[in-house]
Design a protein around this ligand. Structure first.
Ligand SMILES: [Cu+2]
Length: 872
């Protein structure tokens, strides 16, 4: 936009206003004067134990807008300036949901102007709240309280009173007033002058409002989660006459409609009516009194419990609250406190304990059948210090049902298996911080890194309606749940006005991170991030211009907490498009004329922080039909103490003085419910191989011949296959009923795996059965509704191995099939991974294989047809 102003009257008016402002502010806000602000109790925001409440939305909006234009930043600063002078509330200091203050640095030019600390109203949170907890204002009416652990932010509530704790400099307020006046003058005063301000704003798209539950695959709404727990409790109370809530709600999620109900709609490119199947929820419950595990199906239409069944000998995943509670229990334990003090950390406010699932308990009968957590303990030098730089040498084990530390295991710190040797076990002292503010501030940062702006000057090419996304020829839905995180549904590609199905459902199905240090108790470091934590429950809010850039649409999620109440997960899924380099190009070398096109891709992503690690999941859709799942790994490697002078004993890397970065692997399992050009699908592997005839023979006279070898996968047992990087093996999923007009062969879509190491643990390792789905890289099974998780729902040696073992001869030819693909990487930490690890990548491609009649991206416009010459 262009704005012109008259300069002379503006100056005069400004001067007058500034004088008024200066007087006013000096009266209202005196430095060092505490200001008591009462907040009306009637405006209590919704209780939220994981994320800031709805008012945080205001702040998010402000942050986004403030980054987009300088003007908006001024405007918002000014609003807050006004509030400062008039006794209102505001904040520029932002704590993200359940993470440390990742937004703090974005306070921008308003930084330091306002920072409040106050006591929160206790909101019934089971685990704390510590009355000395510091809270930071999150908007106008809500607060985000942080306890000592950066992962334990919780307990938003309505403050009853707020003490202004930080000085507010009058000059800031005056400056902000001035900005407002400038803005107002710029907008309202007509102009004859010459000054022109031009701003460029990246057009953004926002999801079209839609009625919740308008599609049968939409995730449960907050109301549906509340209804579920109420219906279950009512049912339970009626039958058991228990006055209080009987269950801990481990997971409440949508029970998706049966595939045979929705598939006909998908195959005919129609949206199913919302009531095609009654909305139902599926819940995993833990009985508070006994620890017994139940599964419930609730019909949300009839408001009836359809089933409530006990499941024996299993443990559900650890909820975010379980993890926080385990840490609280650990910190409160007298023996732990004593051990910490003996290591030089008597202040438990500076002791942190990272909760890990137990991995393997077969060696300890006293652990079996219990709901346990092992905790790696660290110290901090200050509240923001990176605690992974200061690991301790012992491992508390917490029983979540009893609520106590049931034992402490010793960690080896020397070059041998002797965990009892404590000689030289001094906590590493050197700090290793990744936040520049802890490394000397702005002067620490390189000065020659200039911003790169990503813009969509004509707006986004995609359209989002509720959870449905249409981008050029692609169409799909997304959903979000606590275990799998983001799920992609009903993916189709419009091929010259024929909508052709590709995938019915694509999901992350499991993750496994085994560590290689053989010295007990490190053998217990073997975690399943979906089955044991729930990757969705650990997802992060994403922030514009930090996690994502450009024209981005954010989709919120709603999950449950342990009391069966809804928890908001704002901005959990992002939708955006990116430039992905050259798509195709050719130049006639004789004439010099040619065509080049740029590749654009649609990216659907979510990010999860699981303890020390961050995982970034990006489903990428390309114009040429390629689908990629790209996974980025970052965060902080799991660190263990080395005694002074000790080495990692061959099982890890010395990444810093006394810091052992142990070798480990990251495996990901993906479930692909394919629908290539329809429902009946088959799979064959294709390998590039040398012609078998010897050199000089009639069939291979010069020996250079090579061909492809096709192997049809016929049964569930024989379809268990491994990658072969030397032959470039791919898996072609095809529809045998749809012959390609040129090739005469079934039209297909090929799975291209990454190079993936084998699971390093031995085949007879007692840990192996739980991860036996990693015995192969690709499995193909007949579709079964309840077979979503390759290690089994409860990771109790079930899953793919059991399913295939039950019916090894089940045909996987020309029928409704599902592929599971496992891939990953071995991580040998390097010094450069410390103190925070630059992203590593892994992922696979799924791309058309003799499916179209030509390059489907042949019609992608070259930039020369889209831009003016001056813009090229
Ligand atoms: Cu790693």
């Amino acid at each position: 936009m262009s704005i012109a102003v008259r300069s002379v009257p503006r100056t005069v008016i400004l001067a007058i206003l500034l004088i008024i402002t200066a007087v006013r502010c000096s009266n209202d806000v005196a430095e060092d004067t505490p200001v008591q602000i009462d907040v009306p109790s009637s405006s209590t925001p919704p209780e939220d134990t994981h994320h800031p409440s709805a008012d945080a939305e205001f702040l998010d909006k402000w942050l986004e807008e403030s980054r987009n234009t300088e003007k908006m930043l001024s405007f918002r600063c000014l609003l807050i300036g006004l509030l400062m002078c008039h006794g209102g509330l505001g904040s520029l200091e932002v704590f993200s949901a359940n993470r440390e203050n990742i937004l703090r640095q974005d306070a921008g030019t308003c930084k330091g102007a306002i920072k409040f600390s106050f006591k929160c109203v206790k909101n019934g949170d089971t685990y704390d709240p510590d009355p000395s907890t510091t809270c930071v204002c999150q908007g106008f009416l809500s607060a985000c309280c942080t306890s000592r652990n950066p992962t334990t932010t919780r307990s938003t509530g309505n403050p009853t009173s707020i003490n202004l704790a930080k000085k507010i400099a009058n000059e800031n307020a005056i400056r902000n007033y001035m900005r407002l006046y400038l803005l107002v003058l710029n907008v309202v005063l007509p102009s004859t002058s010459t000054r022109t301000v031009t701003t460029t704003k990246t057009p953004t798209t926002t999801p079209t409002p839609y009625p919740t539950g308008s599609d049968p695959l939409d995730p449960l709404t907050a109301d549906e989660i509340t209804s579920t727990s109420q219906i279950i409790e009512n049912y339970s109370a009626a039958s058991r006459a228990e006055p209080t809530r009987r269950f801990i709600y481990n997971w409440i999620t949508l029970k998706e409609p049966p595939k045979d109900v929705l598939l006909p709609f998908f195959l005919s490119n129609k949206d199913p009516p919302a009531d095609v199947y009654p909305r139902k929820s599926f819940s995993v419950l833990i009985e508070r009194s006994s620890g017994n595990v139940f599964e419930a199906v609730v019909n949300l239409k009839t408001k009836k419990v359809e089933s409530l069944v006990q499941v024996h000998n299993v443990q559900p995943s650890l909820s975010p609250e379980d993890l926080l509670r385990a840490e609280v229990i650990t910190r409160s334990d007298a023996t732990v406190q004593k051990r910490c003090a003996s290591l030089g950390f008597p202040d438990m406010d500076l002791v942190y304990a990272d909760p890990w699932s137990m991995g393997y308990v077969g060696d300890r009968p006293e652990y079996q059948g219990k709901r346990l957590v092992q905790l790696y303990v660290y110290g901090k030098h200050s509240i923001d210090d990176n605690h992974y730089a200061h690991p301790f040498d012992f491992l508390p084990i917490v029983d979540l049902i009893q609520g106590v530390v049931i034992g402490i295991e010793e960690l080896p710190t020397h070059d041998d298996f002797d965990a009892g040797n404590k000689v030289g076990n001094v906590v590493p002292h050197a700090e290793a911080n990744y936040d520049y503010k802890l490394r000397g501030g702005a002067k620490f940062l390189r000065q020659d890194d200039k911003p790169i702006k990503v813009e969509s000057p004509q707006g986004a090419s995609y359209v989002v309606k509720g959870n449905q996304i249409q981008w050029q020829k692609w169409k799909m839905r997304v959903s979000f749940n606590g275990r799998e995180g983001m799920v992609i549904h009903t993916v189709s590609y419009n091929d010259n006005a024929t909508v052709r199905p590709v995938l019915y459902r694509a999901s992350l199905a499991e993750m496994f991170i085994p560590y290689g240090d053989p010295r007990p108790p490190y053998h217990r470091k073997a975690v399943f991030d979906l089955g044991e934590y729930g990757i969705g429950f650990n997802a992060d809010r994403q922030v514009l211009n930090q996690d994502v850039v450009g024209a981005v649409v954010f989709i919120d999620g709603v999950l449950n907490n342990s009391t069966g109440d809804p928890v908001s997960y704002p901005r959990i899924i992002t939708i955006r498009e990116e430039d992905a380099g050259i798509l195709w190009k050719h130049v006639d070398f004789r004439t010099g004329k040619g065509v080049v096109t740029r590749s654009h891709r649609l990216v659907l992503s979510f990010i999860a922080t699981v303890g020390n690690y961050e995982y970034i999941f990006m489903w990428q859709f390309y114009q040429d039909g390629t689908i990629q799942l790209q996974i980025q790994l970052t965060g902080i490697i799991s660190s263990n103490m080395l005694a002074q002078g000790a080495t990692p004993a061959g099982y890890g890397s010395l990444v810093a003085s006394q810091i052992d970065g142990q070798y480990h692997q990251h495996f990901f399992a993906v479930r692909l419910d394919t629908e290539i050009d329809g429902n009946p699908n088959s799979v064959y592997t294709s390998d590039a191989v040398s012609v078998s005839d010897p050199t000089g023979s009639p069939g291979n006279p010069y020996g250079q011949g090579f061909t492809t070898k096709k192997t049809e996968l016929k049964t569930a047992a024989t379809a268990r296959t491994k990658i072969d990087p030397l032959s470039g093996r791919v898996w072609v999923v095809n529809n045998p009923t749809m012959a390609h007009p040129y090739t005469g062969q079934a039209k297909g879509w090929k799975l291209v795996p990454p190079n993936t190491p084998p699971l390093m643990m031995k085949e007879n390792s007692p840990l192996r059965p739980k991860a036996s789905f990693l015995d192969y890289d690709v499995w193909v099974l007949p579709y079964a509704e309840d077979q979503l998780f390759p290690g089994g729902f409860y990771l109790n040696n079930s899953g793919l191995t059991e399913w295939v073992g039950r019916n090894p001869d089940a045909s996987v030819e020309n029928r409704d099939i599902v592929l599971f693909h496992m891939f990953g990487l071995t991580h040998i930490p390097r010094v450069e991974d410390w103190p925070v690890m630059p992203v590593e990548h892994t992922g696979f491609s799924f791309k058309p294989y003799n499916f179209f009649l030509e390059n489907p991206a042949i019609d992608v416009p070259p930039p020369s047809s889209r831009y003016k010459k001056s813009e090229l």
